[in-house]
Design a protein around this ligand. Structure first.
Ligand code: SAM
Length: 402
C-alpha cells in the first residue's frame, strides 16, 4: 500500500488516510503493509526535506527517542502545534512564543533498565516497542556526567541484578556526584551492603538508595537552587535539564513581575520558591513532606532571602480557598500532568493580579486555563519549553492577569 503522509500525530507517528506510519514525516510518500491502523515494513519512497540522519548511533533501536529522524525545526513546529491544538480545543487564543528547547546531552536524570546475562550484564533503555534493552553508551540525550556514571551503574547491576527480573536504576546528576536509586534488585544483606558502600566510595557516587532504603551515602546529593543549595530526597522531582529549569524560572520571574508576596502551589523542593525569595515572601504548598523538608532546609541555609513558609497539603482534595489568596500579589502553579482543576476553580474566584502557570501537559493546561479565563483572567502569553527533545513531551509556562 502506498500513502502520502499528511501530518504528525501526538506520538510522533506520521498519519495518512487513517493509518499511523511510525518514523515518517509529512509530505513523504511511503509504502508499507497495513496491520490494523498501523503501517508496518515501511519504505520511504520520497523523503521529506525535513528528514535528517539521526544524530545518535542508537536511534534505530533505542526507544528513548521518537523524533531523531526529523529536523529540529520540524520537531519545534510539531510541538508548538501540540500546544496550539490544545488551546484551540478549548476555544482559547493567546500569543504562543517560539519554543525553547534544551540542547542535546543535557538531561540530568535518567532511568535505565538492566539485568544480568550469561556473559555479563545488559543496561540501557528499552528497545523500541519491546521489553528488550538497548545499551546506550553514546546517548545524545544524557548529560556527559550521567554517561560517565555508567561504569558505576554497571558495577551495581553486577552486584545486585538478576537474569530474570529487570532492575531499574534512576540516576540524577548532582553537584556532589551521581545520586542513584535502584529498584527490583537483590535484597541487600550485610555482605552486599558492605560491597555497595565500597562501590559508592570508589565511584564517587553521592548516595545509593537500594529497594527503597538508603544503603550508602558518601555525601548528601546537593543541587543549587538560585541563591541556595538543597539536598535531594531520594527519587525527588527535579526539572529534567538545568537549561529547562533556568528557562522556566526566567519565565516565572517575568510572569510574577515585581510581586512582594507570592504563593507557590505544587512547589516541589523549591525550584521557583527559593529563587523567588530573593524578591518576595513566598508561601510554598505541596503534598510531599520530604520535598517540603528539603525546601525548608534550603531556605534556612540561603543568604539574603525573604521569608519562605510552607504547608503540607493535598491540593486536589483541599485546594486553597479564594480568601487564602488575600494580600497575595502573584501565584505560581506547577501541577503534575493531571493539572489543577479544583485549584483553578478557587483561584479563578480570587483577586490575585498575576498567575504564572507551568505545565507538563498542554491538554490539562488548556482545560485549567479556560477555568481561570471564565473567572475573569486574561491569558497573556504561552511559552512552550522542551526539556525532552526528540520525545513527544512538551511543557510550557504562561501568564494570566486579572
Ligand atoms: C511538576 S512537579 C513541580 C514541582 C516544582 N514546582 C518544581 O519545579 O520542581 C509537581 C509537584 O506537585 C506535587 N503534587 C502532586 N500531587 C499533589 C497534590 N495532590 N497536592 C499537592 N502537591 C502535589 C508533586 O509532589 C510535585 O512536587
Amino acid at each position: 500500500m502506498k500513502l502520502t503522509i499528511a501530518r504528525l500525530g501526538h506520538r510522533g507517528d506520521g498519519i495518512a488516510e487513517g493509518f499511523y506510519a511510525p518514523g515518517t514525516l509529512p509530505g513523504e510518500e511511503v509504502e508499507g503493509e497495513p496491520q490494523g491502523d498501523t503501517l508496518t515494513d515501511i519504505r520511504i519512497l520520497t523523503p521529506s526535506a525535513a528528514r535528517v540522519k539521526p544524530p545518535c548511533p542508537h536511534a534505530r533501536t533505542c526507544g528513548g527517542c521518537l523524533m531523531q529522524h526529523a529536523s529540529d525545526a520540524t520537531v519545534a513546529e510539531w510541538k508548538t502545534g501540540i500546544v496550539r491544538g490544545a488551546l484551540d480545543g478549548q476555544g482559547l487564543s493567546a500569543e504562543v512564543r517560539p519554543i525553547l528547547t534544551s540542547p542535546p546531552r543535557s538531561r540530568r536524570r535518567a532511568t535505565l533498565a538492566a539485568r544480568r546475562t550469561k556473559g555479563g550484564i545488559l543496561m540501557g533503555f528499552h528497545t523500541r516497542a519491546s521489553d528488550s534493552i538497548t545499551p546506550v553508551p553514546n546517548c545524545h540525550l544524557l548529560h556527559p556526567d550521567l554517561i560517565a556514571a555508567f561504569p558505576a551503574l554497571e558495577a551495581l547491576v553486577k552486584l545486585g541484578g538478576s537474569r530474570t527480573v529487570e532492575m531499574t536504576l534512576a540516576v540524577t546528576r548532582t553537584l556532589t556526584g551521581p545520586d542513584v536509586v535502584v529498584t527490583n534488585a537483590k535484597p541487600a544483606d550485610a555482605e552486599l551492603q558492605l560491597d555497595l558502600a565500597r562501590l559508592v566510595e570508589s565511584f564517587g557516587m553521592s548516595r545509593l538508595t537500594w529497594n527503597g532504603e538508603i544503603v550508602a551515602q558518601r555525601t548528601p546529593p546537593i543541587i543549587k537552587l538560585g541563591p541556595t543549595r538543597v539536598t535531594l530526597p531520594p527519587a525527588a522531582f527535579l526539572q529534567a535539564t538545568e537549561e529547562g529549569e533556568a528557562a522556566l524560572l526566567t519565565l516565572v520571574r517575568e510572569a510574577v513581575g515585581p510581586a512582594k508576596k507570592i504563593i507557590d502551589l505544587f512547589s516541589g523542593l523549591g525550584t521557583f520558591a527559593l529563587p523567588l525569595a530573593q524578591q518576595a515572601e513566598v508561601h510554598a504548598v505541596e503534598n510531599d513532606v520530604a520535598l517540603l523538608t528539603a525546601l525548608d532546609k534550603g531556605f534556612r541555609q540561603g543568604e539574603g532571602l525573604k521569608r519562605v513558609t510552607n504547608d503540607i497539603r493535598d491540593l486536589y482534595r483541599r485546594p486553597l480557598e479564594p480568601d487564602e489568596f488575600k494580600g497575595i500579589d502573584a501565584v505560581v502553579i506547577d501541577p503534575p500532568r493531571a493539572g489543577a482543576e479544583a485549584q483553578c476553580h478557587t483561584l479563578a474566584q480570587s483577586k490575585v493580579a498575576r498567575i504564572a502557570m507551568v505545565s507538563c501537559n498542554p491538554i490539562t493546561f488548556a482545560r485549567d486555563a479556560k477555568i481561570l479565563i471564565a473567572g475573569g483572567y486574561t491569558l497573556q502569553w504561552v511559552q512552550p519549553v522542551d526539556q525532552f527533545r526528540w520525545s513527544n513531551h512538551v511543557e510550557l509556562a504562561a501568564l494570566f492577569t486579572l
